[in-house]
Design a binder for this molecule. Structure first.
Ligand SMILES: Cc1cc2nc3c(=O)[nH]c(=O)nc-3n(C[C@H](O)[C@H](O)[C@H](O)COP(=O)(O)OP(=O)(O)OC[C@H]3O[C@@H](n4cnc5c(N)ncnc54)[C@H](O)[C@@H]3O)c2cc1C
Length: 409
């Protein structure tokens, strides 16, 4: 039987594994390797930081969830892929070195959060990108009695060459890998401090390594600037974070911003496991360039999905799910299943929630890629959308079969 190995355990990898099982059925044996037994619904982590959810509510046990769908699970940290010998080398939970061969490989190990590139991160840095970061921020917020808060993303180390085989306008150059969570947190914190009765003691500054939310249309950016004016949020562009100190943050040029609490999205780089893999599998940033079917440009039995693929810009769950679906549809059709392969079309689709003030901003925008859709809509019903999306993800244990339809609500 054809053996498919899937690497990773969040939006990209889970969508690939579940979709492939659904479409290709008994034609394939599927095994998924992820470094942790548990996977977390990442878009819910800002809610954990505000004390609105516990991480356990967002947790999926991959060992049982995948087994229920006939997908084998192995816990292990991938060290490298030898694409020529079709072998993945990984470390088991007890530290033992293991290897696994494959007929087809789906790589969904995401990007790397390079916290080590930010000076002072361990002592003074806060984030929401992983459950442990969100819990640490929750504790800090509980004790925060007022002062200056900075929120922003550190630079994105996007690869340049070789380029993926997709239309050039689908892969713009980006200063930040993903600013949606920054926008969402800036709204959420307003509601949080208001509910705590300390709003007048807090001054929030949002910064960006380039122009803030440059992936949205000029009209949407103007609307966001207007919202910030009303909320009293200061906006700083072109601030490439380098260091976090006790009471300030510093950028690469030595510019400083006062900051008693520094919340950041760490720099995004290529995953170290991919950087150690066959050299011609990745671009110079450590991301895998593919064609429109998510097939590696040099190894046609390797697919890359989600944040690990060089074509997904910005690094977005919506694109991770779309690329995961396409990879599995394409592989299934190669294996003889009569199935339609969706055409990749990037669009920024996300919902920035503000639960404590009862609304969310729903964004749908493809202007960065040359399209004409530009929606950024604050509404109470959009908060409900985010709630339903979270519940749907947890209920299906990460199987986003209907996301294609939900994403266009
Ligand atoms: C706080 C936050 C909020 C967000 N909110 C939204 C949102 O509302 N909407 C949206 O569309 N996007 C959102 N995003 C972006 C979205 O979460 C990512 O784009 C998405 O998670 C990418 O999915 P992925 O599966 O490709 O990679 P990842 O989510 O990075 O998952 C990678 C997986 O691979 C595993 N892994 C990594 N390295 C190894 C290794 N060496 N060996 C084995 N396993 C490994 C990891 O454990 C993980 O399970 C948010 C991002 C953040 C940080």
């Amino acid at each position: 039987m054809t053996k498919v190995l899937v690497l990773g355990g969040r939006f990209g990898a889970l969508t690939s594994a579940y979709t492939l099982r659904r479409i290709a059925g008994d034609r394939v044996e599927i095994k998924l390797i992820n470094k942790d037994r548990f996977s977390y619904f990442r878009p819910g982590l800002p809610h954990v930081a505000l004390g609105l959810r516990d991480p356990e509510e967002l947790r999926i046990d991959l060992s049982s969830a995948l087994q229920e769908k006939g997908i084998a699970f192995t816990q292990g940290e991938v060290e490298k892929i030898d694409a020529n010998s079709r072998t993945v080398y990984y470390k088991g939970p007890n530290g033992s070195l293991r290897e696994e061969d494959y007929d087809y490989l789906m790589v969904g190990v995401g990007a790397h959060l390079a916290t080590d590139m930010i000076g002072g991160w361990d002592q003074y840095g806060y984030s929401v990108c992983e459950p442990e970061f969100a819990v640490k921020l929750r504790e800090r917020l509980r004790n925060f009695k007022g002062g200056r808060i900075t929120i922003g993303s550190a630079p994105f180390y996007q690869g340049k060459n070789p380029k993926p085989k997709v239309p050039e306008n689908f892969v713009p150059r980006a200063d930040s890998a993903c600013e949606g969570p920054v926008f969402e947190l800036s709204l959420m914190l307003h509601g949080y401090f208001k509910s705590q009765g300390v709003l007048d003691k807090v001054k929030v500054t949002v910064y960006s390594p380039g122009e803030y939310l440059s992936d949205l249309s000029p009209e949407s950016r103007k609307a966001v600037a207007e919202i910030y004016k009303q909320l009293g949020v200061e906006l700083v562009h072109n601030f490439r974070l380098k260091e976090v100190r006790e009471r300030e943050i510093v950028d690469e040029g030595g510019k400083k911003l006062d900051s008693d609490l520094s919340i950041l999205l760490p720099p995004y780089t290529g995953n170290p496991a991919l950087k150690s893999s066959s050299k011609d599998l990745t671009d110079d940033g450590g991301f895998i360039p593919t064609d429109m079917n998510m097939q590696s440009i040099n190894y046609d039995n390797v697919y890359a999905v989600g944040d690990a693929n060089s074509i997904t810009v910005p690094k977005l769950g919506y694109l991770a799910v779309q690329t995961g679906r396409i990879a599995s549809e394409h592989l299934s059709s190669r294996l003889g299943v009569n199935t339609k392969v969706e055409k990749y079309y990037p669009t920024i689709v996300c919902v920035a929630d503000n639960p404590l003030e009862g609304y969310a901003v729903s964004v749908k925008d493809d202007t960065w890629y040359g399209g004409s859709t530009s929606i950024a809509q604050p509404a109470a019903v959009n908060h409900l959308k985010k709630e339903l999306f979270t519940k749907y993800f947890m209920w299906t244990k990460g199987d986003m079969a209907l996301e294609k339809f939900l994403g266009s609500w």
